[in-house]
Design a protein around this ligand. Structure first.
Ligand SMILES: Nc1ncnc2c1ncn2[C@@H]1O[C@H](COP(=O)(O)OP(=O)(O)OP(=O)(O)O)[C@@H](O)[C@H]1O
Ligand SMILES: [Mg+2]
Length: 336
């Protein structure tokens, strides 16, 4: 309650600040335009009167040159005021962006409840999704049910909405129509963070941050240690991939993962997704950058072990995936 009240107060203050910044920047711009106009008019008048005085022998060229040199110094100072606007404008834009961010609706409503039990089923019912109100449907009337023990292959051509479906399952976007049920509970009535904490994702674009490989694997974990990582690597027979790094798990990763290959990045992401027991694991092209041998090792782990309750693999390659028991093939809504 207290938090909500302070947020409201902060928003009001920010609103006032945006309004006064916009007003101030308008005034500054008006002032600056006028400075430039006065500068130019003054220069014309000086030139005109100096010409007349010189022609009447009332002014020497020497005095005129000295006078102009001083005037130029004064004009340079006043003109620099004019460039102030360039500095002020971006500041106002940044304040407006911050305000937009603060005014975003909370993804959870007051009715949303935290899900504490394990996810045993996901049911997609008549799901329709489009990104923009007037845009075309990316997913149209999709029905699909996944239960505990299912290993599902999701396939379809590029742009058929596979990653979009995952974004809906992660609560990053909400269905335009239809509903997703988690353990027969409406998704829209569940706290999104509590769902996400039960799902591990290896996506097309893995994010690695500055720090050691170990830090990257343990990202988000509070009760796991280096020993847990070491035993997981051993269990999965992935030792040679980690030993390949100069300092093993302690190898430092530069920002944006420079110095680490795409395949190595996906192995780190796979370990990150599986270090804590998750109910659902999703690989969205999660093996696409791996070489054939590494992909085979990861698929062997996925096929032979029950690493989670529901496994979803998005892939364009089907070889080595004989272990899947369900396939969802997505198509563009107007293709039959
Ligand atoms: N944030 C977005 N805003 C608007 N349109 C989007 C957005 N993200 C994706 N799209 C569009 O939605 C469609 C489905 O994209 P999506 O990434 O889900 O396809 P995909 O099946 O995962 O493709 P791929 O096999 O290439 O990964 C595409 O036409 C894409 O251009
Ligand atoms: Mg995709």
């Amino acid at each position: 309650m207290e938090k909500r009240f302070s947020l409201k107060k902060f928003k009001n203050k920010l609103n006032e600040m945006v309004k006064s910044s916009i007003k101030q920047s308008k005034q500054i711009l008006f002032f600056m335009e006028n400075i430039l106009l006065v500068n130019n008019l003054a220069a014309i008048l000086i030139l005109l009167f100096s010409g007349i005085f010189i022609l009447n022998n009332q002014l020497t060229i020497g005095i005129y040159t000295a006078f102009i040199a001083y005037m130029n110094k004064i004009f340079a100072t006043t003109s620099s005021f004019a460039s102030l606007g360039m500095t002020v404008k971006p500041v106002c834009v940044s304040i407006e962006r911050t305000q937009e961010f603060l005014e975003m609706n909370d993804e959870n409503t007051e009715k949303c409840e935290i899900i504490s039990e394990n996810i045993d089923s996901i049911s997609i019912e008549n799901l329709r999704f489009k990104y923009e109100e007037n845009g075309e449907n990316i997913i149209d009337k999709l029905n699909f049910k996944m239960n505990k023990g299912d290993k599902v292959l999701i396939k379809g051509e590029n742009g058929t909405g596979k990653s979009t479906l995952i974004k809906n399952l992660l609560g990053l976007y909400s269905p335009t129509e239809g509903e997703i049920y988690i353990n027969d509970k409406k998704y829209s009535l569940i706290d999104k963070r509590s769902i996400r904490s039960k799902i591990g994702v290896v996506s097309q674009n893995v994010f690695l941050f500055r720090g050691s490989i170990l830090d990257n694997i343990l990202y988000g974990q509070t009760n796991k240690s280096k020993e847990d990582v070491v035993s997981l690597i051993k269990k999965y027979n992935l030792e040679k991939y980690i030993q390949g790094f100069e300092n093993g798990l302690e190898t430092e990763i530069n920002q944006n993962g420079i110095g680490i290959s795409g395949g190595q990045t996906q192995i780190i992401a796979f370990l990150r997704a599986t270090i804590a027991k998750k109910d659902v694991i999703i690989l969205d092209e999660g093996t696409s950058n791996m070489d054939a041998e590494t992909r085979k090792i990861i698929l062997k782990i996925l096929g032979e072990r029950d690493i989670c309750n529901i496994l979803m693999i998005i892939s364009h390659q089907e070889d080595g995936m004989e272990f899947v028991n369900k396939t969802l093939c997505l198509k563009k809504p107007n293709d039959n």
